[in-house]
Design a protein around this ligand. Structure first.
Ligand code: NAD
Length: 323
């Protein structure tokens, strides 16, 4: 009998890649999402299109014991969605409600091995003020002070998954993802994140054009390619690691460097026009992989450049489809 997996948010970017990986491993997979994947057919054996804020839908979707449950469903986006303040109430209500419903439905079915996708956005702002020296060690999470309501909701939900582990015997595995990117991620429409937005702007630009860059370009981040994210997530799910852990890359770059890397891939000369009052988040952020190397013996293997090349080429293909 094939093992059974449930992927909540299986129509989204990370969720649909996870569905593909689980299928390759021989799982029977059910996915649940408000929408089907936007860029390819789902490979799930069963796809329930529905709203996980509805407790009855959750119970229908979690109608049996699954060997593995992955919880990716959330209201999320890039800086243009989560850092403007305009969507805060929706983000907190929608994502917290999903997590509350999902855990209760799992409890009813005694289906207790569950992965939760938290975010580096839960780290306190005071440790991310210096672009050259951010601190995102797992133990630095408290005293808490995320710079967005999105981050506060992630922190609340981490604690919710930990409480179900403590009180109800759940095997909760929690990753703090650091900027995941790659093909089939949102690349336009307002919810896209920096790598996809920059690839799109440069792909649409002519040689010698000017593109808009949010902020002064000196803010730092690291970016993890989707295949590495899926690999780390799988390893974490099947580990004994009980506490939230970073899944990210330690290859920190400034946004200026990110733009320059994409321009080289595109073989274009680009001038940057800095939009200083655009939403941008913390000044510096980088994954600290000390703990995950110790606990799982895992770290990403490939360079940012190799992931950017694949992502740029995919976005270029998507643009050409629209022309
Ligand atoms: P995504 O937006 O592509 O996927 C989330 C999916 O959840 C979407 O398909 C959406 O339709 C679905 N969803 C939202 N509300 C729902 C509801 N009420 N009922 C059913 N489905 C619903 O985002 P992603 O990049 O794949 O992220 C997956 C998870 O990882 C999210 O929880 C996100 O917060 C977290 N995360 C992602 C990143 C990143 O860089 N992509 C970084 C940190 C954390």
């Amino acid at each position: 009998m094939a093992k059974k997996a449930l992927v909540l948010g299986g129509g989204g970017f990370i969720g649909s890649h996870m569905v593909n990986r689980l299928k390759m491993e021989g799982f029977w997979v059910r996915a649940v999402d408000l929408k089907y994947p936007l860029f390819s057919e789902t490979n799930a054996d069963d796809f329930i299109q529905g709203n996980l804020r509805d407790p009855l839908l959750c119970r229908d979707a979690i109608d049996q014991k699954f060997d593995e449950i992955y919880q990716f469903a959330a209201d999320m986006g890039g800086a243009g969605f989560i850092f403007t303040g305009e969507n805060d109430a929706d983000i907190m209500q929608n994502s917290a409600m999903i997590n509350l419903n999902v855990l209760e439905a799992c409890l009813r079915r005694n289906s207790k091995r569950i992965f939760y996708s938290s975010s580096a956005c839960m780290y306190p702002e005071y440790n991310q003020l210096d672009p050259a020296n951010p601190n995102c060690e797992e133990s630095s999470a408290y005293p808490a002070n995320p710079d967005s309501e999105y981050g506060w909701e992630k922190l609340f939900s981490e604690r919710l998954f930990l409480a179900y582990a403590k009180n109800h015997g759940f095997i909760s595995r929690i990753a703090r993802y650091h900027n995941i990117f790659g093909p089939e991620g949102t690349w336009q429409g307002g919810r896209e994140k920096a790598p996809a937005a920059i690839c799109r702007k440069i792909a649409l630009a002519e040689n010698q054009d000017i593109i808009e860059v949010w902020g002064d370009g000196k803010q730092t981040r690291s970016f993890l390619y989707i295949d590495e994210c899926i690999e780390g997530t799988k390893k974490l799910m099947r580990s004994n690691c009980k506490l939230p852990i970073n899944i990210g890359s330690e290859e920190m770059v400034s946004i200026n460097q990110l733009v320059d890397m994409v321009a080289i891939i595109a073989n274009k000369r680009i001038t940057k026009n800095y939009i200083l009052d655009a939403p941008q988040g913390v000044r510096g952020r980088n994954s600290d992989n000390t703990l995950i190397k110790k606990e799982l013996g895992w770290a990403p293997e490939n360079s940012l450049k190799s992931g950017l090349e694949k992502t740029y080429n995919w976005i270029l293909e998507e643009i050409n489809k629209e022309i």
